[in-house]
Design a protein around this ligand. Sequence first.
Ligand SMILES: CC(C)(COP(=O)(O)OP(=O)(O)OC[C@H]1O[C@@H](n2cnc3c(N)ncnc32)[C@H](O)[C@@H]1OP(=O)(O)O)[C@@H](O)C(=O)NCCC(=O)NCCS
Length: 183
Amino acid sequence: MPPSPETYDWEIRRERSEDAPAIAALNEAGFGPGRYAKSAYRLREGVTAANDLGRVAVENGILRGSVRFWPVKAGKDDVLLLGPLAVDGAERGRGIGISLMQAGIEAARAAGWRAILLVGDAPYYGRVGFVKMPPGRLQFPGPVDINRLLGLALVEGALETLSGPIRRARIDETPCADGAPLG
Ligand SMILES: CC(C)(COP(=O)(O)OP(=O)(O)OC[C@H]1O[C@@H](n2cnc3c(N)ncnc32)[C@H](O)[C@@H]1OP(=O)(O)O)[C@@H](O)C(=O)NCCC(=O)NCCS
């Protein structure tokens, strides 16, 4: 059953540097320490998250969920990688995950990004418009289930032109373990 309107008490706002410990705790609870072994983390290693795009859900001063985006190269193109997305285990199913993504996606579009990629479950991310990438065009660094490589065009046709290896966008000097934006 969908949540009743009075349960929508959380607000989505931009991530701030002081949110980092609460976000790290959410990601730890949602994904565990094994997250660092995931292929997507190879793309985040040594790189800070895309400035201004991280969003958090806050309710009564408590952080309920977080989404971050990373700049990556897909062939010659600069695109975003969505993730991690994590919602407090006790607060799932209230629409927080979808709202976080919608807010981040709109911010990315407004900032001029052309496309977003992620590795995840198509039935869930399809709710905000992600589609499966055609096999063979993009190569992910490390093992991923190709059915889980999804994309969202922020400008028309942006996914059709993507091809080549997905790589780190750059190396930053002082990121933290989860790549939180600094300052
Ligand atoms: C995945 C996650 C972010 C969803 O957050 P959420 O706030 O509960 O999501 P929403 O409330 O916006 O959406 C819930 C709906 O999506 C569905 N859903 C959640 N995860 C899903 C999945 N992996 N595949 C398909 N549907 C999924 C729920 O069944 C629910 O459906 P309903 O609306 O028909 O009841 C949250 O479960 C989480 O933090 N999980 C642990 C970390 C994780 O797996 N992150 C995603 C990595 S791929």
